[in-house]
Design a protein around this ligand. Sequence first.
Ligand SMILES: [Cu+2]
Length: 144
Amino acid sequence: MSRTISNLPMLGAVLLTLAAGPALAQQGGVSDGTLGVVLSEWSMGFNQTSTADGDLRVRVSNAGQAPHNLTIESSGGRHYVETTLLPPGASRTLEVDLPDGTYEVYCNVPGHRKFGMEATLTVGGAAETEPESGGGGTGGGGYY
Ligand SMILES: [Cu+2]
């Protein structure tokens, strides 16, 4: 006896979700004030990675197959966003108001950040310029 096993109905939806991420990138600001973040193994997809205005609605969704989290941390180490674990397929919308600056965005499940679930988000007037490698223009900073 043989029978066809067709238990892949979820696959199409996952691929569609992933494709929607990078395609929208590289414009001046966040459309409608919404920052979209898609979590998966092992990456974070954004509709934007920079915005002139840090008053944002963040819509995060987990397109992966493991639970993930969204953490947005300032260069000073403050956590502006730290969600609970999102199960696969879950999404959540948050309101944040980020001061100008550069933020590390990552999943805080142990090991996931190292696997590639991290990115940089830039807020404020410097959003349209490419970050220079290594240069130290903005004084001060670091940890206290
Ligand atoms: Cu994760």
